[in-house]
Design a protein around this ligand. Sequence first.
Ligand code: MTE
Length: 307
Amino acid sequence: MLIQRPENIFPSEITPRPLFDRRREFLRLSAGVALAGMLPAAEAKLGPGKPSAYSVSETPTPLKHVAGYNNYYEFGTDKEDPARTAHALRLRPWTVQIDGLVKQPKTLDIEDILKLAPLEERIYRLRCVEGWSMVIPWLGFPVASLLKQVEPLGSAKYVEFITAVQPETMPGVSSRVLDWPYVEGLRIDEAMHPLAIIALGLYGDVLPNQNGAPLRLVVPWKYGFKSGKSIVRIRLTDKEPRTSWMKSAPQEYGFYSNVNPEVDHPRWSQARERRIGEFSKRNTLMFNGYAEQVSQLYTGMDLRKQF
Ligand code: MTE
């Protein structure tokens, strides 16, 4: 990933209910207008989503940045490339194959996935390994709700997320910048953690293509790259998946990739971050501020070695 710099601090808070309701109203009013110009007409509108106690109480990053400053290398490596080129992404038909070490392998159509579980609004921080961050009001449901459909076997230890390759719509896949398809992976207990979600929308609407339409992974305590976009296959396995970034630079990107201000990237510090749209920097928090909820997943591990 190309270099950027880090910035301040924010505790991981659960949003008090009245504040939450006010902000949702604000999001609904502002996002509808703003998204109208960014989404294919037929795709728009998912509705507001159920509020979630997992949301943080920080101000969401303006939509123009969320949908205008992206990493989606299939659509180019500059931050502005995906917003410019991802409109071509073919979203229908779209299926997700879920197989591997499961009792009931299935291929689900996106229309069925949309109806699979009630959509929740989850306002999460996203911290990129490059040193910038955002706060995004996602719409989605726990990864666990999707995995439940296929009944994982006891032997399944990992979950691999494989994303779309559409050479005719993705100018980036003709370059060798990464090994395509873009692949990410989690340990199964990480994937089943209630904070890990499948996002189908943001700011009250379907995902803009550049943010990973029609569905993506969001794992808020890990660096942003763990959150694979435009997923087409989910495979349960007993072996640690080799992810795209591990293949491209194993000395820089490990399997775990937890946000950790104490473990520097070999080429830059991870201690601080710059919130997109803000001027000053803030300190990066352990597990991106979600330590209370997730640190027990890593008890006994040396996170300097298993970065
Ligand atoms: N998924 C795919 N398929 N291709 C990518 O290049 N980039 C990752 C991740 N998911 C990427 C991807 C990286 S590096 C980051 S930081 C986040 O998506 C960015 O998500 P956002 O653009 O929605 O902020």
